[in-house]
Design a protein around this ligand. Structure first.
Ligand code: NAG
Length: 251
């Protein structure tokens, strides 16, 4: 009991001092080295593996599978209206990705990092509740969904600004952007509302035949979601470790 309390106190002290040994989890890169971009390719590739199951010490959530509680999607276009709430979403596939290139640009008041990525397959699945209308035809449906995508090519773009916290300079990530090019996408839905089963089956068939169009239309909505997730996850690292330790400047 006493030992446990001491251990508890100790962990509070460590947490308050804010000193987390980031090097234990992530490779750091000298920001002035001519090889910084190659170093970053390695660091990010290893970082994805390290972060797949989450890093509890610094509050990084598991990123593969990534779990999202809920996302609402609303879509309106001429005669088509659709509202969908998706829940218990699991995103699989990041850990099989390849980091192809990285480019870092840092100066006194800005941070910009681009990371070229390739993912052979990404799968999203979960539950959904939705309603849609086409002219005066109304469909209500609920069930499970799977969206499988293959050969995704994309670039992460992170922008940050320095921020001083307790006399230490951190790089706070302000925005995260990506726009994946996808080779193929297929949607599978189950519908547990018997009266609209056939209609949703038809809807899914139409969606799968026109997925490029749908993907383009839905991209702004999912991008806003990625921006939030990307900023949040990145700052678990960037706001936990002073910039000079994350990107040493030792030349
Ligand atoms: C979708 O992708 C997941 C993960 O790769 C896989 O397990 C599943 O079989 C795929 N579903 C279909 C219907 O292809």
């Amino acid at each position: 009991m006493v030992l446990r309390s001491v251990g508890f106190l100790f962990s509070i002290v460590v947490a308050c001092s804010g000193s987390i040994d980031i090097e234990k989890y992530l490779k750091t890169c000298n920001r002035n080295s001519p090889d910084v971009n190659d170093c970053l390719v390695d660091a990010i590739q290893n970082g994805i593996t390290a972060m797949a199951g989450g890093i509890k010490d610094i509050g990084v959530p598991p990123v593969d599978p990534y779990h999202q509680k809920e996302q609402k999607i609303e879509y309106k276009n001429n005669q088509i209206q659709a509202k969908m709430v998706t829940k218990d979403i699991l995103v699989l596939g990041l850990k099989e990705s390849t980091v192809r290139d990285a480019r870092l640009r840092v100066d006194d008041d800005s941070f910009h990092l681009e990371v070229d990525m390739f993912s052979p397959a990404v799968s999203l699945s979960g539950r959904y509740e939705g309603s849609g209308s086409y002219n005066d035809l109304n469909v209500v449906a609920h069930g499970t969904f799977v969206t499988n995508m293959t050969d995704l090519v994309y670039t992460w773009k992170l922008d940050g600004k320095p921020e001083t916290i307790n006399n230490e300079v951190y790089m706070k990530i302000k925005s995260f952007y990506m726009r994946p090019d996808v080779s193929n996408m297929q949607v599978y839905l189950t519908n547990e509302s018997p009266e609209t089963k056939e209609l949703t089956a038809l809807g899914v068939k139409i969606v799968n035949e026109n997925w490029r169009l749908l993907y383009k239309e839905l991209l702004p909505i999912v991008q806003a979601n990625w921006d939030k997730i990307g900023v949040r996850v990145a700052n678990k690292i960037f706001l936990k470790t002073p910039f000079n330790r994350l990107f040493p400047n030792t030349s």
